[in-house]
Design a protein around this ligand. Sequence first.
Ligand SMILES: C[S@@+](CC[C@H](N)C(=O)[O-])C[C@H]1O[C@@H](n2cnc3c(N)ncnc32)[C@H](O)[C@@H]1O
Length: 238
Amino acid sequence: MKAWDGVAYDALPLPHEQWGKRTIEALKLQPTETLLDAGCGTGRDAQLALAQLPNGNLVCVDQSTTMLDQCRTRFGDDSRVQILEGDLDHVLPVEPASIDAIMSVAALHWLTDHNNVWQHFYNALKPGGRIATDCGGFGNLAKTLALVPQIDEAIRFPDWYYANVADTEGLLKKAGFVDIEVSLRPHPTPLPDKETLATYLKTLVFRDWNDDQISKMSDLLTDNTLDYVRLEVRASKA
Ligand SMILES: C[S@@+](CC[C@H](N)C(=O)[O-])C[C@H]1O[C@@H](n2cnc3c(N)ncnc32)[C@H](O)[C@@H]1O
């Protein structure tokens, strides 16, 4: 799949910013804590969180070098911040039991399943550590994706995994988490105009499509609205 364009990503009016704020609020960060942002992208959400960590630390993890380049530009030489390349399907690139809180926004549905990720998060957390995550959940973009065959029946999308509440609760319990809260939250997101919608689709949702396919999808989305459904997770390590 085509690489992420971190500069174009940061220039868009993203619903991710709202998802990020909700996620950060849920963590109730303390000033000296160490926070890990899993799938940090360009670090836009992580930067918001860092404002709450004047004497703390931030570890940003992502597998995309293009997104991490933009993330490095954002944080410059801030000594509180560590930026690491890593695949969330594997063990996190940090010491076990070294992290106070883990956030993740709009990243975990890119994993083909969640069988490993919660266990890896659990192992990275200190006792009493917390997670707050957002990602596409069951039913995410269902109306949008149902339009794709009208453009070309041969188009295949990435292997997005839109988990449901019961499966997620089961995996969190199996990993050892307590105080588990999992919910699905519909968040229909209108884009301001067709031009922004097309740029949004090309930068985020259908990165491999050509201009003609993107233009057709923009036309089919008559209300300029993406039917997002967010899977939100909050849990702690005892
Ligand atoms: C839509 S962006 C979200 C970025 C950021 N959290 C935000 O809300 O703006 C999804 C990010 O997840 C990252 N990602 C997807 N699969 C990943 C994996 N297996 N390991 C690490 N990062 C991954 C991508 O590289 C990308 O930066």
